[in-house]
Write a protein that binds this ligand. Sequence first.
Ligand code: GUN
Length: 293
Amino acid sequence: MQLIDGKLVSKEVRKSIAEEVTKIIAKGERAPHLAAVLVGHDGGSETYVANKIKACEEVGFTSTLIRYEDNVTEEELLNKVIELNNNPEIDGFIVQLPLPKHISEEKVTETIDPRKDVDGFHPQNIGRLTLGSPTFVSATPQGMLELLKYYNIATNGKHCVVIGRSNIVGRPMSILLSQKREPGNCTVTVLHSRSENLKEICRQADIIVAAVGVPEFVTADMVKEGAVVLDVGTTRVPSNETKSGWRLKGDVKFDEVSPKCSFITPVPGGVGPMTITSLMINTLKAANKEIYK
Ligand code: GUN
């Protein structure tokens, strides 16, 4: 069994982004610039956004954090999105989700200029992903593809079972893995809360992507000997052993599943570290106008 070290891959990718930024600046151009909009004080969102800003510093990007209280109106937020769309100094931006109930996430996402949508959440970018056209791929699926590439994990002709059909992880990952390219060319099965014979189908998988959001959902009896397991789960569970009072738990029962795997991602330190790095990849692409010329 080999552990997939997301921290290591993330560090290497960030180093190469930083080198690219150095070259951009040496040419007399400005550094890529990412803006993040954060509404309210949700603990998870605060941490994610703080880590995104920290990653920008690490690779040499400029970053701007725009904060609103929970009672911001939808109109105010949409006006900020339009302002960011029109600001030539900003290459890409994200609006951290979830948003308060009185604000339509759909409306906000659709208002973001697809050329600056470094989260890859805009319907136009998801449409392009579906068609196999150049696009901003959302962070978690892109991170997993980077990990598969780094460890030379063969996907061609393999049966990949994706558990979970969310718009930002399960569904895009299932589309990417079925595409006619490497990594890709998989036979893909998407399993979800209504799936019958879930365990039997998982047992047929060469590659399992666990993106259900249920801690330790995938148990040893669901995994074939030699399978590759990518664990997207990051549920916070109470813990006496940490200062914060919680720790992250994956969707895979790691201790019993890992001995059966050829490769597996741990939680933390597997898929997680790559997600923010993928956002840096997308921001660099936005600044270089690689997707939309
Ligand atoms: N909330 C949870 N994950 C994400 C993400 O990748 N981007 C944004 N904007 N919000 C999120």
